[in-house]
Ligand binder design. Structure first.
Ligand code: DLL
Length: 412
C-alpha cells in the first residue's frame, strides 16, 4: 500500500535519527544520509542477538532509565539474557498491538480470557494481559502450569479465550480428555505462539480444546508478542506493518530474498522508543506473502515459521527441521503431537536419529512406528528409528517444549 510505504519510510528515517542521536552502538554504524526509499534499508547494518549480550544490560537503550517503566527479558540457555525496556508510550503501543491480536478472534469485553502464558520476565503473560485489559475482558491471570487448576477455572469461570504455548495447549487438551469435560466448556478461541507449531498440531489443539486456534508471533527483542497474528483465514500471520518493518534475507549471505521465497525474517521496530531495534536477525525462517488475503487486511503475511536457523538438524548430510518431522508424524492417524527427537553419534561416527512419539490410547504401536518411519524416509530421505510410546510417557511442558536432544553437542 502506497500510504503505508510513505509512513514506513518516514518512521524508518525518524528511527535512524533517534538511534544515531542516542545509542553509541548505532551511532558508530549508521550513515548520516536519509533513506530515499524502503529498499535502501538493505544498506543499513543488521542487529543480532549477540549485540544485546555485548551491550547487556542497558547499552542498547535509547532513553535514560528514568523514562523506562518496565523491563522484560528472555532467559536464553547460555550467557546473559536479552533485556528490553519500555517507556510509557511503548507500553501503550504494546497494548494497542495486543488488543489487535485479540480482535483477530473478535474478542469482546464480555469474554473471559484465561492467560496461561508465564507471567514475569517473559513477555507472554503481561503482553496478553495488557491487551485483554485494554479491550475490557475479564482477565484470569493463571500464568502457566498447575493443569488441574487451569481446567477447574475454565469450567467454573466459563473461560471463552485461552492463551498459552501450543505445547501446553496439548497438555490442557489431554487433561480435558481425561476428565471428559470438553463439552461443558465455553472455550471458543485460543492464541498459541512462542514456539513453532504445525497445521497438524492445530488440528489436535482445535479438536482437543474445542476452539479456533490462532497463531501469534513475537520476540523479546522486538518487545514480545504482538508482532503478527493470524486472521480467520489461518493462511499466514499479518505483520503489524505500521509498527514493524519486515524483510527476509538469505541466512548465509544476508542478501534480500524475494517475497514468496523462504528466508530469515529481519524485523525493525518503527515506533518503539525505549529499546528500538534496527534490522534484527530473528533466525526464524518464513515466507513473506504480499498477495491479497481473503480477510481484506492489507498487511503483509508471514507464513507459519518453519523453525529457527539454529534449530535445523543435520543428520548424515540431510537437513531437517523438527517442524517437518512434526507434520509427518501428525499425518499418521493415531499419533499425537507429543514427540521428541534424539540425535546421537555412534562410535563409528555415524549419526542416528531416534523419534520418540506418543500414540493415542489403544493404537497398535508397531504399525504406527512402521507408518511414521516410512513417511519420514519417503519425504525427507532419512532412515530413522521410531519408537511409539503410550500416552503420558514423554515430559510435559508448561512453556516452550524441548523437542530436540542432540547428544552430539554433549559429546563435543
Ligand atoms: O516467545 C514472545 C511470545 C510470547 C510470542 C507469547 C508469542 C506468544 P521469546 O521468548 O523472545 O519471545 O522467543 C522468541 O520464539 O524468535 C521464535 O523463534 C519463537 N516464536 C515466537 N512466536 C512464534 C510463533 C516470545 N508463532 C522466539 N511461531 C522467536 C514460531 C515462534 N516460533
Amino acid at each position: 500500500m502506497a500510504v503505508l510505504q510513505d509512513t514506513s519510510l518516514q518512521r524508518l528515517n525518524a528511527l535512524v535519527d533517534w538511534l544515531r542521536d542516542r545509542v553509541p552502538f548505532y551511532r558508530e554504524r549508521l550513515p548520516d544520509a536519509r533513506l530515499k526509499n524502503l529498499e535502501e534499508i538493505a544498506g543499513l547494518p543488521f542487529t543480532v542477538k549477540d549485540d544485546f549480550r555485548t551491550n547487556y544490560p542497558f547499552g542498547l537503550f535509547a532513553v535514560p532509565l528514568g523514562e523506562i517503566v518496565r523491563l522484560h527479558m528472555s532467559s536464553g540457555t547460555t550467557g546473559k539474557p536479552v533485556v528490553t525496556g519500555y517507556t510509557r508510550s511503548d507500553l501503550e503501543v504494546w497494548a494497542d498491538c495486543m488488543e489487535r491480536v485479540l480482535l483477530a478472534a473478535d474478542v469482546k469485553p464480555d469474554d473471559v480470557v484465561q492467560n496461561a502464558y508465564g507471567y514475569g520476565l517473559f513477555t507472554g503473560g503481561l503482553g496478553f494481559h495488557i491487551g485483554a485489559e485494554r479491550i475490557g475482558c475479564t482477565v484470569v491471570p493463571t500464568s502457566s502450569g498447575v493443569t488441574a487448576r487451569q481446567v477447574m477455572l475454565m469450567q467454573d469461570l466459563g473461560t471463552t479465550i485461552l492463551a498459552c504455548t501450543p505445547s501446553y495447549a496439548l497438555v490442557l487438551a489431554e487433561a480435558l480428555g481425561e476428565l471428559d469435560v470438553r463439552r461443558e466448556l465455553k472455550l471458543r478461541a485460543g492464541f498459541f505462539g512462542a514456539e513453532p507449531w504445525t497445521d497438524g498440531m492445530r488440528g489436535q489443539i482445535e479438536s482437543g480444546l474445542g476452539l479456533e486456534a490462532f497463531d501469534i508471533y513475537g520476540l523479546t527483542e522486538l518487545g514480545g508478542p504482538g508482532v503478527a497474528v493470524e486472521c480467520h483465514q489461518h493462511d499466514g500471520l499479518h505483520i503489524f506493518e505500521d509498527h514493524f518493518f519486515a524483510e527476509t534475507v538469505d541466512p548465509d549471505t544476508g542478501k534480500p530474498v524475494a517475497r514468496g521465497k523462504e528466508g530469515e525474517l529481519v524485523l525493525t521496530s518503527l515506533t518503539r522508543r525505549g529499546t528500538p531495534v534496527l534490522r534484527y536477525r530473528t533466525r526464524d525462517l518464513t515466507i513473506l506473502s504480499d498477495g491479497p488475503c481473503k480477510c481484506g487486511n492489507p498487511f503483509v503475511r508471514m507464513l507459519k515459521v518453519r523453525g529457527r536457523t539454529d534449530d535445523m538438524l543435520k543428520v548424515r548430510g540431510v537437513n531437517i527441521f523438527p517442524s517437518q518431522v512434526e507434520e509427518l508424524l501428525l499425518s499418521v492417524p493415531g499419533l499425537t503431537g507429543n514427540y521428541q527427537l534424539v540425535v546421537d553419534r555412534t562410535e563409528q561416527k555415524h549419526d542416528e536419529m531416534q523419534v520418540l512419539v506418543e500414540a493415542k490410547e489403544g493404537s497398535g504401536h508397531d504399525r504406527l512406528a512402521e507408518a511414521a518411519r516410512g513417511r519420514i524416509k519417503e519425504m525427507v530421505g532419512l532412515t530413522v528409528e521410531v519408537t511409539v510410546l503410550s500416552p503420558g510417557v514423554l515430559p510435559r511442558t508448561e512453556g516452550k517444549a524441548r523437542r530436540v536432544i542432540d547428544r552430539r553437542e554433549l559429546d563435543g
